[in-house]
Design a protein around this ligand. Sequence first.
Ligand code: AMP
Ligand code: TRP
Length: 327
Amino acid sequence: MSKVLTALQPSGVLHIGNYFGAIEPFVKLQDSGNTNVLFVVDYHAITVPQEPEMLRKNIMFATATYLAAGVDPKKTLLFQQSHVPQHTELAWILNCIAHMGELERMTQYKDKTRGKGEAVTVGLFDYPVLMAADILLYETEIVPVGEDQKQHVELARDLAERFNKRFGETFTIPKPQIRKEGARIMGLDDPEIKMSKSAKSEKNFISLMDDDKTIEKKIKSAVTDSQGTIKYDEKRKGLANLITIYSLVTGQTNNQIEESYKGKGYKEFKEDLAKHLNDFLKPLQNKIKTYLSDETELKNILDQGAKKAQILAEQKMKDVRNKIGVY
Ligand code: AMP
Ligand code: TRP
């Protein structure tokens, strides 16, 4: 049994790539008996401009989505990052042992700031240190993340080792666990790149909240090829992606899917896929809507999670404050 921690940004409507790539794998980990921590990183979100009302809505939407997907507050410590002020307190202390140079080397920072000049915030620069604090407060062993976050988890390891060396054993050294490529969903309009909500065209992604008509339209216009047969072949990227989605929402294997579409074409396959996707998403959408309709209850769940998290985080902070000599 390991202590598993991860966090997700409250960035608006999620798509089926987020669902199958991040949320569903977390729910599976939760059900395998690990000790889990999952939180909504609102203080990471504000490293880029956020409209306050929108941010509030997105936090509620993210929480409702995790709950609807099966995150169980009895098994998982679920809360909102800003409600546990120890995260920012530890981030400050870690700031004082982190080096400018190692943060300047972060690939995500370089990507996000290219060409932005003066408009780059200190928060964006410091983002990985807050993430290190998130991880180190809870004696985390395993951090499941996408490939792009691996470098940040490695920074958390470096900072933990540096702190332990200077002040004595305090932090558990965490390990990143990179999600398998298996559930990587590609864009419907361009299967060369992964499905993303920042894509140019709305037709790139299926949002978790899309209705049946929208799903039908998007699947219908999804890029395939001129071969016409339903056969999984990695080289036929568009079709392979659609078969992957078909398999994820129906639980059928690629072979079973190929069998049932022998002698049939894209039209029929796509019509069925749209229907299966809709059947899969409808119950999830209904659950999300039910959670969203009772904001008091949602806030209650987050508050209770925060109370439990504060106890753990405060224990760790007492040790940290003591070690550095401010207590
Ligand atoms: P993002 O909001 O794009 O940073 O994604 C949040 C989480 O969803 C990350 O952990 C990603 O690994 C995962 N994710 C995003 N897009 C996809 C995709 N197209 N396929 C699989 N997983 C994805
Ligand atoms: N930076 C992560 C992302 O954008 C989110 C995150 C913040 C996180 N704190 C974390 C992930 C701690 C894992 C552990 O996806």
